[in-house]
Design a protein around this ligand. Structure first.
Ligand code: ADE
Length: 244
């Protein structure tokens, strides 16, 4: 998969050299190219923003510089374009799965009050463009949101995680535990500072372990994510679930 990221702070993306994503890049599974937006300015100050039409606080990123940058980066190609913004559609595991199936993603990181909307209109007629929010809070710019999305998408690519099951067991992953968050996990030793690992996990009984994991996932979902619990389809709950 090819990823292009355009930003006025390319330094933000240093973490993409590390860990799973860094290894995927070394192996060639991921081809990440980070671009400095200011390279496409023509004035001595390398200006990328201006005051908003209609007034109001803050600055808006200028369309001309974005247009030149995107045209150069994509050439005749047609990547799917992602614009991180708190006003976008929510980033979910489902969207991460969908993006993991794309051959090429282009992330356009806005700063200040955002990018002139005509940029999204212009490329929206040529590419699939999604404005995407990673949550209901406001960051100083799109860079951190792009790091989040690249990590969530990158770990789904074939060969990026050592163990395929770590993806299928995820909270929010499709399957029987879909829409439940993951329950607690334990490793050795069996007793630590007086806290014991639940006996069922040491029993070797796969059926009981699976039942226990589902119960714990359901309990945690009810406690931490009442929104998800309320939205569970009763048809997906068995007799044991309903007792919880
Ligand atoms: N830029 C600023 N806040 C953001 C958010 N919550 N999601 C995506 N991009 C953003």
């Amino acid at each position: 998969m090819r990823l292009d990221i355009i930003s006025i702070f390319p330094e933000y993306f240093a973490p993409l050299d590390v860990s799973l994503i860094g290894k995927a890049r070394e192996r060639g599974t991921l081809d990440v190219r980070v671009h400095q937006l200011r390279d496409w300015t023509h004035d001595v100050h390398k200006t990328v923003d201006d005051t908003p039409y209609g007034g109001g606080p803050g600055m808006v990123m200028k369309p001309e510089v974005w247009g030149e940058a995107i045209d150069d980066v994509i050439g005749e190609g047609k990547p799917r374009m992602i614009v991180p913004t708190p006003s976008g559609r929510p980033f979910t595991q489902e969207l991460a799965q969908e993006l993991a199936g794309e051959p090429w993603l282009l992330f356009a990181c806005g700063r200040y009050e955002g990018i002139d909307s005509r940029v999204m209109a212009e490329y929206g007629s040529r590419l699939q463009v999604d404005e995407v929010s990673i949550g209901d809070y406001v960051l100083a710019g799109g860079e951190v949101a792009v790091l989040v999305m690249v990590e969530a998408v990158g770990r789904l690519l074939p060969g990026v995680l050592g163990n395929v099951n770590s993806v299928t067991d995820d909270s929010f992953a499709p399957g029987s535990m879909q829409n439940l968050v993951e329950g607690p996990v334990y490793t050795k030793p069996p007793v630590w500072r007086g806290h014991e690992v639940p006996g069922v996990l040491l029993s070797g009984h796969h059926g009981n372990v699976a039942r226990w994991r589902r119960d714990e996932a359901l309990r945690r979902t009810v406690r931490n994510r009442p929104d998800l619990a309320a939205a569970l389809d009763p048809a997906t709950l068995d007799k044991h679930d309903r007792k919880l």
